[in-house]
Design a protein around this ligand. Structure first.
Ligand SMILES: [Fe+2]
Ligand SMILES: [Fe+2]
Length: 163
């Protein structure tokens, strides 16, 4: 769980880095995204610390998520500001379900981890809702774009669990 979660939070920081590299620094979308990126940094740091404490190795795919995350962020931001938000909408939809399933699995076996996941999940849902409120659905091709990104996230999750 720690390995896949750390990979996901790392990927999130790379997506936002790609978006912020492309978006005009003072547009409302960039401001929203930098706020979310700060929270992703906090999520990532916590999973990094837990992995070190519990001697879990990171996924071998980290170099791939470095490049793929940044590319996804940059590509969606190049499409439009709203497409950048649609990317957050799609990613956080998958992450909400992923963290929800983990919480069901953990049950009462690991309260420390469960409490972190529950907090981060609330942040991710807030990211998803802010992106929607800021007009993610107005992105051109929203249904296909978000379905594609959701499918990519699911594949990334499965790979990071295994490798
Ligand atoms: Fe996160
Ligand atoms: Fe997030």
């Amino acid at each position: 769980m720690l390995r896949v979660n750390q990979a996901g939070e790392y990927g999130a920081t790379r997506i936002y880095a790609g978006q912020l590299a492309v978006l005009r620094a003072n547009c409302p979308e960039a401001k929203l995204i930098s706020r979310m990126a700060t929270q992703e940094q906090r999520h990532l740091k916590r999973f990094n610390d837990l992995m070190a404490e519990r001697r879990v190795r990171p996924t071998l795919l980290e170099p791939l998520w470095n490049v793929a995350g940044f590319a996804l962020g940059a590509a969606t931001a190049l499409m439009s500001e709203k497409a950048a938000l649609a990317c957050t909408d799609a990613v956080e939809t998958v992450i909400d379900k992923h963290y929800g399933r983990q919480l069901d699995q953990i049950d009462d076996q690991d309260p420390e981890l469960a409490s972190d996941i529950a907090q981060f999940r609330a942040d991710e849902v807030e990211h998803r809702d802010s992106a929607r409120e800021a007009g993610a659905a107005n992105a051109a091709g929203y249904p296909l774009l978000t379905a594609t990104i959701r499918a990519c996230c699911r594949v990334a999750i499965e790979l990071s669990k295994r490798i």
